[in-house]
Design a protein around this ligand. Sequence first.
Ligand code: HPA
Length: 263
Amino acid sequence: MTLPGNIYSIKQFLLEQSFPETIEAAVILGSGLGEFSTVIENPVSIAYGDIPDFPQTSVQGHSGELISGTVAGKSVIAFSGRFHRYEGHPYSKTVLPVHLAQAFDAGKLIISNAAGAINTGFRVGDLMVIDDVFRLFEHVSAAPSETFRYNHGETAARVRRIAASIGLEVQRGTYLFAQGPSYETKSEIRAFRILGGDVVGMSTLPELVEAARLQLPAAAISMVTNMAAGVVAGKLDHKHVKAAAESRKDDFARLVTELIKEL
Ligand code: HPA
């Protein structure tokens, strides 16, 4: 499957910065989850702004760095910060981490995000394995002319088994993609619950769909950083996202490490 030509020049630049020729896993770190990069051994870290032809990230809680190194003896690259549609990036750019993972021959991709819980049985700090996604009628594909069937169920079942193997309790459910950048209204969240969404977020879905198109196995994990609008009283604020992520950072790191080893 061909990748956009500039991906190979980006890879060439990274090889010149002593990134390895191939990696075993690529990890996309969502809002507030960049702490995971501290568990990467022998890290080589490059700011997105220093990589030619790389988009920039403008979101709070995203450092905007690409890190290579090892985790549990496996070579990885980690994206600390991603590219959202709401920042003005076209879908073809939101999936750049997936393309770069493929260019480095990564056998697997681990995608994470911060999300709001629609499901009233969830709590702030819960980790949810994404079983399925809901596109909310958005046209999210970077390759609009291709038709393929998206099915994430088998990988999700493996992710849940891996979480269980380290004694980690996780939720499972459907990730509903809302483009943002504003948080949803209470009425929207009520409607999303009826539609079957368990969490809502503004990322991940384009990346998952592109990974499926490229047949790259992808695990996807949401960290519940807040209850979605109207589920509990009070205002939503980006600082909740950071606090919740901070409170579960060790479990998150354990799960991602195990996925790097076992997925
Ligand atoms: N809505 C959308 N995206 C989010 C939320 C939310 O409540 N929390 C974290 N990302």
